[in-house]
Design a protein around this ligand. Structure first.
Ligand code: ATP
Ligand code: MG
Length: 392
């Protein structure tokens, strides 16, 4: 064997009782992610090891860096717990590096290994100093040489690749994400996945007022989030009739408030049907008229389902930073209209009153329109790459 991948678990190491369940879920998510490769996986309570053909090792490590439940990924060399073998492998690994300063960090988990960690740092440090033109720097070295001596063997590596942290997706059950084509809701979905929630997406479209481009953009966003999960689906709600009924029956300044109450009603009913226990959305306190806390309270009043708003207390710039990091930003800023932006009133109410909403809603039979929306939801499982017409 040449090199192998060593995975250090993320936050799940703090969960004593559930540790086994967490690790099993992570292993199953990794198996899904790597289904196109031949590899072998072994794990215990502390580490997971993946061996594969070394020509795919970097590619696999890159994929693993996106999966939740991993603190870090290390491409390492494994040798027996034998001093001469360790020395030979260290020289072989260090020879390929360009460095002036270094530090050796030994961890001795196998106490039957005869040399204590500190002493072994000196043994290996001396070896490197003798063979290369370099100095020790314990604070800010160019090269860190990690040596982990464990019962199953000694692992030698240089750098750790940061994992995505969080909990393995699926450990928390399912949530229904209200996914628009904006910047906020894909970020909200990513953050929910990071806490281990399995995410399904719900998108409200209003053709012909909203275009196929807008829908394809949402599918594209879902496919990007799916890189962190593997089983995201998009459910498309045909919202036109209900939305038009709102505009015909309610005063303009209440249109958005009532439209959002309808979205929540549909999302709640459909989430229950799909066995989702929570709703997730990209609302951020104070961002627009429908997201003042009075608006949120009046809108939230239609549901008993817990609503998770992962970006509620982030600034727009903080949200954008995450969107850039996870790769959704470029798609989110494509200029296709969402159903929230069409028919946008000049002066949407900032402090809506619940009684008024109830009064306006009694003007029309929205229940049957809601049922019609739900009956006609289109489910998109295959998140193929999307194309857009008439791009600028
Ligand atoms: P932006 O990044 O431009 O703010 P947004 O997606 O946050 O876009 P908002 O108008 O702020 O848009 O809507 C608040 C939240 O409501 C969204 O984050 C999303 O969760 C939900 N939402 C809005 N429009 C839709 C839609 N067409 N389909 C599904 N959910 C939607
Ligand atoms: Mg927003």
């Amino acid at each position: 064997m040449e090199k192998l991948i060593l995975i250090k678990y993320g936050e799940l190491t703090t969960k004593k009782e559930n540790r086994k369940v967490f690790i099993k879920m992570l292993a199953s998510n990794i198996n899904n992610l790597l289904s196109d490769y031949e590899y072998e996986m072994k794990y215990d309570r502390v580490r997971m090891y993946i061996t594969c053909d070394n020509k795919y090792i970097d590619e696999i490590a890159e994929k693993l860096s996106k999966i939740f439940g991993i603190h870090s990924i290390v491409i390492c060399h494994k040798v027996d717990n034998n001093v001469d073998n360790i020395k030979a492998k260290v020289l072989e690994v260090v020879k390929l590096e360009n460095f002036k300063t270094f530090k050796v960090e030994t961890k001795r988990a196998d106490k039957s290994f005869e040399i204590p960690s500190m002493e072994f740092n000196h043994v290996i440090g001396g070896l490197v100093l003798k063979n290369f033109d370099c100095k020790v720097d314990v604070h800010n070295p160019d090269l860190r040489i990690h040596i982990e001596i464990r019962p199953e063997g000694t692992f030698i590596y240089k750098n750790e690749i940061a994992g995505s942290g969080g909990y393995p997706v699926g450990i928390q059950g399912k949530g229904m994400l209200m996914l628009s084509g904006g910047i906020d809701s894909p970020v909200a979905g990513y953050l929910a996945l990071k806490r281990g929630v399995n995410v399904e997406c719900l998108y409200f479209e209003s053709p012909p007022h909203t275009s196929l481009n807008a829908k394809n953009k949402v599918i594209k966003l879902a496919s990007i989030i799916n890189e962190y999960s593997g089983n995201v689906k998009v459910h498309v709600v045909p919202f036109t009739k209900l939305q038009e009924a709102i505009y015909q029956n309610c005063p303009a300044n209440y249109n958005i408030t009532i439209m959002r109450r309808m979205m929540y009603r549909i999302a709640t009913k459909y989430a229950m049907k799909k066995k989702c226990e929570i709703l997730i959305n990209g609302e951020s306190v104070g961002q627009v008229a429908s997201q003042t806390i009075t608006s949120m309270s009046v809108i939230n009043n239609v549901t008993n389902m817990p609503v998770i708003r992962p970006v509620a207390c982030l600034d727009k710039l903080e949200i954008i930073k995450i969107a850039e990091k996870i790769g959704t930003y470029e798609t989110s800023i494509l200029p296709f209209e969402d159903c929230c932006t069409i028919f946008l009133p000049k002066h949407p109410v900032i402090n809506p009153k619940l009684e008024k909403c109830l009064q306006y809603e009694s003007n029309f039979d929205y229940e049957s329109l809601i049922d019609e929306c739900i009956e006609n939801i289109e489910v998109i499982k295959n998140l193929e790459p999307q194309t857009y017409d008439d791009l600028l």
